[in-house]
Design a protein around this ligand. Structure first.
Ligand SMILES: [Ca+2]
Ligand SMILES: [Ca+2]
Length: 62
C-alpha cells in the first residue's frame, strides 16, 4: 500500500522528484496533486517530502 510513487517498492530519488514541480502549490491545483499531500494540509511543501527523505534508499515493503 505505502509503496514508492513509481511503484517499485523502493524509496529513492525518483519518488521525490514528483514534488519538485508541485512544491508550494495549493489545492486543488494543478500543479497540486492530492497524492503528494501526505499531511493533507491542502498545500505541498517540504513537510510532505520529509517521509521520503527519511526513507531514502530503504526498501518499503508493506
Ligand atoms: Ca519507488
Ligand atoms: Ca501538505
Amino acid at each position: 500500500m505505502a509503496s514508492g510513487h513509481d511503484d517499485d517498492q523502493y524509496v529513492n530519488v525518483f519518488d521525490v522528484t514528483p514534488y519538485i514541480p508541485a512544491l508550494n502549490s495549493v489545492a486543488p491545483g494543478p500543479p497540486y496533486l492530492a497524492r503528494l499531500d501526505l499531511d493533507l494540509s491542502g498545500n505541498i511543501n517540504v513537510f510532505d517530502m520529509v517521509p521520503f527523505i527519511q526513507l531514502l534508499n530503504k526498501p518499503c515493503t508493506p
